[in-house]
Design a protein around this ligand. Sequence first.
Ligand SMILES: [Zn+2]
Length: 87
Amino acid sequence: MEKKSVEEELAVLRLEVDKLKKSRNDIPPHRHCLNCGIAIPPEKTFCSKKCEDEWNAMLKRKRVTMYVWMVFIIILVFILYLSMGGA
Ligand SMILES: [Zn+2]
């Protein structure tokens, strides 16, 4: 079994870090699909039509949920207002 000095091990580690840094810089510019998160070309927003449809359906559901909450809160405030003013 060969015995390495601390300096040697440090040098090896430094080389590994350099390699990692380099490989990270080698990754071409890209973005991630908004729906599933896989890497896609920077000019695209979704990896497929299916993901775009799923994303839009999710947004629509979110919007509907938000409107329901808004109506609920307005009614709640209205009831509170009436109960305070009427008593
Ligand atoms: Zn996708």
